[in-house]
Design a protein around this ligand. Structure first.
Ligand SMILES: Cc1ncc(COP(=O)(O)O)c(C=O)c1O
Length: 344
């Protein structure tokens, strides 16, 4: 049994837990996937010729389990992650993992690590499903053998709370992903190149970067790991439309639905950085790890613009957070409880 962390010192970092879940698949077999097993948190063997290592044939997901005040563990819209995991797999020529089995495996992973799900209000349990091509192959092409694995970690906030009320973003006049590429999928390779970009921005005192679109280098797309929303001075909430460069965020979708339920006007349309700077009153980032994070300012070509109006974000976040942590009635039907009695 692994040691429990200090619940009051959690950050967004890995704590090894008791168990991981591993499943092997081969598209030449029927059924493709084996039953999957829980194993201790340990290294897995991988062929040196796995195309995951050479060609980036890997995808992942990220979702959270939270404890309600009565101790129940709640997942948030796991069906959306299951669907995105399948679509990401199809884009990367990995075998799609059945959505119902994905949800069951997430529950099994959480259940096996239930003592690592922080007490209500003191953190969350982040679940990381991954899939990679595990068959050895030299040339670039499709393979048949795959591994799906799931692990999790208790986590705290994604960002250290800094001085400014919200994140300070550096606008990068470049795309996060290529036009026509894999940006809409949760492909491992989408993230590799951005680590240096974020690290350099952090060295300059920024919390994160804001990427523009790769075709026109004009429209706002995403930060390194979240979608973005801009509340205009006229009250309209704008977020970039889903396209080849935008990840279909579960938090993004939920924020749109909650905003509309509150009577806000929401537009999914391209929004230029010039419009954000000229007409933006409030700006925020949405994601599983980021939650709904206020953006204090964006800096473009050395000029910082700040966004003082936090009303829309605060109203939407209040509702989403309450549903996620079980303190508010789930009128949307988004949460899924994890049965905590272990199966024999
Ligand atoms: C690039 C990128 N955009 C957006 C998101 C937000 O997606 P979600 O709300 O499903 O976590 C994430 C995080 O998963 C991400 O990595």
């Amino acid at each position: 049994m692994k040691p429990l962390p200090d619940w009051d010192a959690l950050s967004f970092s890995l704590t090894e837990t008791d168990a991981i879940w591993v499943c092997r698949g081969d598209t030449r077999r029927d059924p493709v996937w084996d039953a999957g097993t829980l194993r201790p948190f340990e290294d897995l063997a991988i062929s040196v010729a796995s195309p995951a290592l050479s060609y980036g044939l890997g995808i992942f997901e990220g979702m959270k389990a939270q404890r309600a005040p009565d101790g129940t563990i709640l997942l948030f819209r796991p069906d959306r992650n299951a669907e995105r995991f399948r679509k990401s797999a199809e884009r990367l020529t990995l075998a799609p993992f059945p959505e119902a089995r994905f949800i069951e495996a997430v529950k099994e992973t959480v259940r096996a690590n239930a003592r690592f799900v922080p007490p209500h209000g003191r953190g969350t349990f982040y679940v990381r499903p991954v899939e990679w091509a595990s068959e050895a192959r030299l040339g670039l092409g499709m393979v048949n053998g795959f591994t799906v694995a799931m692990y999790g970690s208790p986590v705290g906030g994604y960002f250290k709370v800094g001085g400014a009320p919200g994140l300070r973003l550096l606008v990068k006049e470049q795309g996060r992903v290529a036009p026509g590429g894999t940006g809409w999928a949760k492909a491992a390779g989408n993230y590799a190149g951005g680590i240096l970009v974020s690290a350099e921005a952090k060295k300059q005192g920024f919390d994160d970067v804001l990427y523009l679109d790769a075709r026109h280098v004009r429209f706002v797309t995403e930060t390194s790991g979240s979608n973005v929303f801009c509340a205009l001075r006229n009250g309209t909430l704008v977020t970039p439309p889903l396209d080849d460069q935008i990840l279909p965020g579960v938090t993004r979708l939920s924020a749109i639905e909650v905003a509309r339920s509150l009577g806000m006007r929401v537009e999914e349309r391209p929004i230029g950085i010039d419009e954000v700077v000229a007409d933006g009153a409030g700006l925020f980032a949405t994601g599983t790890a980021y939650t709904l994070a206020r953006i204090h300012s964006v800096t473009l070509r050395g000029k910082e613009t700040s966004f003082p109006d936090d009303t829309a974000r605060a109203a939407i976040f209040e509702i989403i957070r309450g549903i996620q942590n079980g303190t508010r009635e789930d009128t949307f039907g988004w949460t899924v409880p994890v049965d905590q009695t272990r199966r024999a």
